[in-house]
Design a protein around this ligand. Structure first.
Ligand code: ZN
Length: 248
Protein backbone atom coordinates (compact mmCIF):
# COMPACT_ATOMS: atom_id res chain seq x y z
CA UNK A 1 0.00 0.00 0.00
CA UNK A 2 2.99 2.26 0.43
CA UNK A 3 4.25 1.71 -3.09
CA UNK A 4 5.37 4.83 -4.91
CA UNK A 5 2.42 6.40 -6.65
CA UNK A 6 2.93 6.39 -10.41
CA UNK A 7 3.54 9.72 -12.13
CA UNK A 8 1.06 10.11 -14.97
CA UNK A 9 2.01 12.40 -17.85
CA UNK A 10 -0.70 13.34 -20.34
CA UNK A 11 0.23 15.00 -23.63
CA UNK A 12 -2.79 16.63 -25.25
CA UNK A 13 -3.32 17.96 -28.76
CA UNK A 14 -6.14 19.53 -30.76
CA UNK A 15 -8.22 16.33 -30.68
CA UNK A 16 -9.09 16.77 -27.01
CA UNK A 17 -10.67 20.18 -27.68
CA UNK A 18 -12.70 19.48 -30.82
CA UNK A 19 -15.65 18.37 -28.60
CA UNK A 20 -15.43 21.88 -27.10
CA UNK A 21 -15.98 23.39 -30.53
CA UNK A 22 -12.37 24.38 -31.20
CA UNK A 23 -11.37 23.36 -34.71
CA UNK A 24 -8.38 21.18 -35.41
CA UNK A 25 -5.94 23.30 -37.40
CA UNK A 26 -4.08 20.53 -39.20
CA UNK A 27 -6.63 17.71 -39.47
CA UNK A 28 -8.47 16.80 -42.69
CA UNK A 29 -11.05 19.55 -42.02
CA UNK A 30 -8.53 21.78 -40.31
CA UNK A 31 -8.49 25.54 -40.72
CA UNK A 32 -5.02 25.55 -42.26
CA UNK A 33 -5.74 22.54 -44.46
CA UNK A 34 -8.72 24.31 -46.00
CA UNK A 35 -7.02 27.71 -46.24
CA UNK A 36 -3.22 27.42 -46.44
CA UNK A 37 -2.97 31.22 -46.56
CA UNK A 38 -4.32 31.32 -42.99
CA UNK A 39 -1.00 29.90 -41.81
CA UNK A 40 0.61 33.28 -42.59
CA UNK A 41 -1.55 34.83 -39.85
CA UNK A 42 0.31 32.78 -37.27
CA UNK A 43 3.80 32.99 -38.77
CA UNK A 44 6.02 35.33 -36.78
CA UNK A 45 7.93 36.84 -39.70
CA UNK A 46 4.78 37.78 -41.64
CA UNK A 47 3.02 38.95 -38.50
CA UNK A 48 5.80 41.29 -37.43
CA UNK A 49 6.51 42.75 -40.87
CA UNK A 50 3.03 43.19 -42.34
CA UNK A 51 0.30 45.28 -40.65
CA UNK A 52 -2.32 43.76 -42.95
CA UNK A 53 -1.42 40.28 -41.69
CA UNK A 54 -1.81 41.59 -38.12
CA UNK A 55 -5.23 43.09 -38.88
CA UNK A 56 -6.36 39.80 -40.42
CA UNK A 57 -4.88 37.88 -37.51
CA UNK A 58 -6.82 39.97 -34.96
CA UNK A 59 -10.01 39.52 -36.99
CA UNK A 60 -9.39 35.76 -36.89
CA UNK A 61 -9.06 35.97 -33.06
CA UNK A 62 -12.35 37.90 -32.93
CA UNK A 63 -14.07 35.10 -34.85
CA UNK A 64 -12.28 32.24 -33.07
CA UNK A 65 -14.35 30.30 -30.57
CA UNK A 66 -11.49 30.05 -28.02
CA UNK A 67 -12.86 32.48 -25.45
CA UNK A 68 -16.38 31.01 -25.56
CA UNK A 69 -15.20 27.38 -25.45
CA UNK A 70 -15.88 25.29 -22.36
CA UNK A 71 -14.00 22.17 -21.19
CA UNK A 72 -15.51 18.80 -22.13
CA UNK A 73 -15.71 15.31 -20.59
CA UNK A 74 -12.10 14.49 -21.46
CA UNK A 75 -10.77 17.61 -19.70
CA UNK A 76 -12.98 16.77 -16.70
CA UNK A 77 -11.66 13.20 -16.54
CA UNK A 78 -8.08 14.49 -16.22
CA UNK A 79 -9.15 16.76 -13.36
CA UNK A 80 -10.77 13.78 -11.57
CA UNK A 81 -7.53 11.82 -11.93
CA UNK A 82 -5.51 14.71 -10.49
CA UNK A 83 -7.94 15.19 -7.58
CA UNK A 84 -7.65 11.50 -6.69
CA UNK A 85 -4.20 12.29 -5.37
CA UNK A 86 -2.17 10.67 -8.14
CA UNK A 87 0.65 12.88 -9.38
CA UNK A 88 -0.50 14.12 -12.79
CA UNK A 89 1.19 16.50 -15.21
CA UNK A 90 -0.39 17.73 -18.43
CA UNK A 91 1.77 18.78 -21.34
CA UNK A 92 -0.40 20.42 -23.97
CA UNK A 93 0.06 21.55 -27.53
CA UNK A 94 -3.21 23.47 -27.23
CA UNK A 95 -3.42 27.21 -26.60
CA UNK A 96 -7.07 27.22 -25.45
CA UNK A 97 -6.50 27.11 -21.67
CA UNK A 98 -9.27 24.52 -21.23
CA UNK A 99 -7.29 22.26 -18.86
CA UNK A 100 -6.99 25.10 -16.33
CA UNK A 101 -10.59 26.15 -16.90
CA UNK A 102 -11.64 22.56 -16.14
CA UNK A 103 -9.89 22.88 -12.77
CA UNK A 104 -6.30 21.71 -13.14
CA UNK A 105 -3.90 23.82 -11.09
CA UNK A 106 -1.84 26.16 -13.28
CA UNK A 107 1.45 24.60 -12.14
CA UNK A 108 0.40 21.16 -13.40
CA UNK A 109 -0.13 22.32 -16.99
CA UNK A 110 2.75 22.95 -19.37
CA UNK A 111 1.65 24.89 -22.42
CA UNK A 112 4.21 24.02 -25.08
CA UNK A 113 2.73 26.43 -27.60
CA UNK A 114 1.77 29.18 -25.17
CA UNK A 115 -1.74 30.50 -24.66
CA UNK A 116 -4.24 32.37 -26.81
CA UNK A 117 -5.93 33.73 -23.67
CA UNK A 118 -3.16 36.26 -23.13
CA UNK A 119 -1.57 38.92 -25.29
CA UNK A 120 2.10 39.83 -25.02
CA UNK A 121 4.04 42.88 -26.21
CA UNK A 122 6.82 41.85 -28.59
CA UNK A 123 8.98 44.74 -27.31
CA UNK A 124 8.49 45.12 -23.52
CA UNK A 125 6.88 41.67 -22.91
CA UNK A 126 3.99 43.16 -20.94
CA UNK A 127 1.17 40.58 -20.69
CA UNK A 128 -2.54 41.42 -20.78
CA UNK A 129 -5.71 39.36 -21.22
CA UNK A 130 -6.85 38.65 -24.78
CA UNK A 131 -10.29 39.95 -23.85
CA UNK A 132 -8.79 43.45 -23.38
CA UNK A 133 -7.26 43.48 -26.87
CA UNK A 134 -10.51 42.20 -28.38
CA UNK A 135 -12.38 44.94 -26.55
CA UNK A 136 -10.14 47.56 -28.21
CA UNK A 137 -10.72 45.96 -31.59
CA UNK A 138 -14.47 46.01 -31.04
CA UNK A 139 -14.11 49.70 -30.20
CA UNK A 140 -12.52 50.39 -33.57
CA UNK A 141 -8.76 49.70 -33.40
CA UNK A 142 -7.67 47.17 -36.01
CA UNK A 143 -4.07 46.55 -34.85
CA UNK A 144 -3.88 47.54 -31.16
CA UNK A 145 -0.42 48.57 -29.94
CA UNK A 146 1.07 48.00 -26.47
CA UNK A 147 -0.45 50.44 -23.97
CA UNK A 148 2.91 50.72 -22.16
CA UNK A 149 5.47 51.13 -24.94
CA UNK A 150 3.62 51.21 -28.28
CA UNK A 151 5.18 47.93 -29.40
CA UNK A 152 3.48 45.31 -31.56
CA UNK A 153 1.09 43.09 -29.61
CA UNK A 154 0.51 39.42 -30.36
CA UNK A 155 -1.21 36.53 -28.62
CA UNK A 156 1.05 34.71 -26.16
CA UNK A 157 1.15 31.73 -28.50
CA UNK A 158 4.26 30.26 -30.11
CA UNK A 159 3.88 31.21 -33.76
CA UNK A 160 5.56 29.43 -36.65
CA UNK A 161 9.14 30.70 -36.77
CA UNK A 162 9.28 31.19 -32.98
CA UNK A 163 11.17 28.96 -30.57
CA UNK A 164 9.37 27.08 -27.85
CA UNK A 165 10.06 28.42 -24.37
CA UNK A 166 13.20 26.48 -23.33
CA UNK A 167 12.10 26.33 -19.68
CA UNK A 168 8.69 24.85 -20.56
CA UNK A 169 10.30 22.39 -22.99
CA UNK A 170 12.95 21.40 -20.42
CA UNK A 171 10.25 20.70 -17.83
CA UNK A 172 8.29 18.66 -20.36
CA UNK A 173 11.39 16.58 -21.19
CA UNK A 174 12.00 15.93 -17.48
CA UNK A 175 8.40 14.78 -17.03
CA UNK A 176 8.63 12.50 -20.08
CA UNK A 177 11.81 10.94 -18.70
CA UNK A 178 10.49 10.53 -15.17
CA UNK A 179 6.89 9.42 -15.67
CA UNK A 180 5.57 5.88 -15.27
CA UNK A 181 2.66 6.26 -17.65
CA UNK A 182 2.59 8.57 -20.68
CA UNK A 183 -0.75 9.07 -22.40
CA UNK A 184 -0.83 10.98 -25.71
CA UNK A 185 -4.37 12.20 -26.44
CA UNK A 186 -5.73 13.79 -29.59
CA UNK A 187 -2.35 14.54 -31.09
CA UNK A 188 -1.09 13.25 -34.41
CA UNK A 189 2.43 13.23 -32.89
CA UNK A 190 3.77 14.89 -35.99
CA UNK A 191 4.83 18.28 -34.63
CA UNK A 192 8.28 18.28 -33.07
CA UNK A 193 9.63 18.58 -30.50
CA UNK A 194 6.31 17.82 -28.77
CA UNK A 195 5.91 14.49 -30.54
CA UNK A 196 9.37 13.29 -29.48
CA UNK A 197 8.20 13.38 -25.85
CA UNK A 198 6.24 10.16 -26.47
CA UNK A 199 9.41 8.43 -27.70
CA UNK A 200 11.47 9.79 -24.80
CA UNK A 201 8.92 8.50 -22.28
CA UNK A 202 8.90 5.03 -23.85
CA UNK A 203 12.72 4.91 -23.99
CA UNK A 204 12.86 5.71 -20.29
CA UNK A 205 10.56 2.87 -19.40
CA UNK A 206 7.14 4.52 -19.21
CA UNK A 207 4.09 2.67 -20.39
CA UNK A 208 2.97 4.52 -23.55
CA UNK A 209 -0.72 4.80 -24.43
CA UNK A 210 -1.90 6.65 -27.53
CA UNK A 211 -5.51 7.83 -27.89
CA UNK A 212 -6.02 9.28 -31.35
CA UNK A 213 -8.43 8.80 -34.24
CA UNK A 214 -5.66 8.52 -36.83
CA UNK A 215 -2.47 6.45 -36.79
CA UNK A 216 0.64 8.21 -35.43
CA UNK A 217 4.35 7.63 -36.07
CA UNK A 218 4.68 6.36 -32.48
CA UNK A 219 1.97 3.67 -32.57
CA UNK A 220 4.55 0.89 -32.96
CA UNK A 221 6.24 2.02 -29.72
CA UNK A 222 2.98 2.13 -27.78
CA UNK A 223 1.81 -0.46 -25.26
CA UNK A 224 -1.76 0.41 -26.14
CA UNK A 225 -3.40 2.31 -29.00
CA UNK A 226 -7.01 3.52 -28.62
CA UNK A 227 -8.95 4.68 -31.67
CA UNK A 228 -12.32 5.36 -30.01
CA UNK A 229 -13.68 8.93 -29.62
CA UNK A 230 -11.73 10.81 -26.96
CA UNK A 231 -14.81 12.08 -25.09
CA UNK A 232 -15.66 8.54 -23.99
CA UNK A 233 -12.33 6.72 -24.39
CA UNK A 234 -10.24 8.98 -22.15
CA UNK A 235 -12.61 8.97 -19.14
CA UNK A 236 -12.75 5.14 -19.35
CA UNK A 237 -9.00 4.85 -19.67
CA UNK A 238 -8.31 7.16 -16.71
CA UNK A 239 -10.91 5.36 -14.59
CA UNK A 240 -8.87 2.21 -15.24
CA UNK A 241 -5.67 4.01 -14.17
CA UNK A 242 -7.36 5.08 -10.94
CA UNK A 243 -8.54 1.57 -10.13
CA UNK A 244 -5.13 0.09 -10.89
CA UNK A 245 -3.49 2.64 -8.59
CA UNK A 246 -5.97 1.66 -5.89
CA UNK A 247 -6.95 5.23 -5.04
CA UNK A 248 -10.66 4.70 -5.57
ZN1 ZN B 1 5.21 47.06 -24.72
Amino acid sequence: MNAKRPLVAILTGAGISTDSGIPDYRGPNGVWTRDPDAEKLVTYEFYMSDPEIRRRSWRMRMDAPTLQARPNEAHAAIVRLERSGLPVRVITQNVDGLHQMAGLPERKVLELHGTARSVVCTRCHDRTPLAEALERIRAGEDDPACGKCGGILKTATVMFGQRLDPVVLGNAMAIAKGCDLFIAVGTSLQVQPAAALAGIAAEHGARLVIVNAEPTPYDALADEVVREPIGTALPALLEGVLQEAGTN
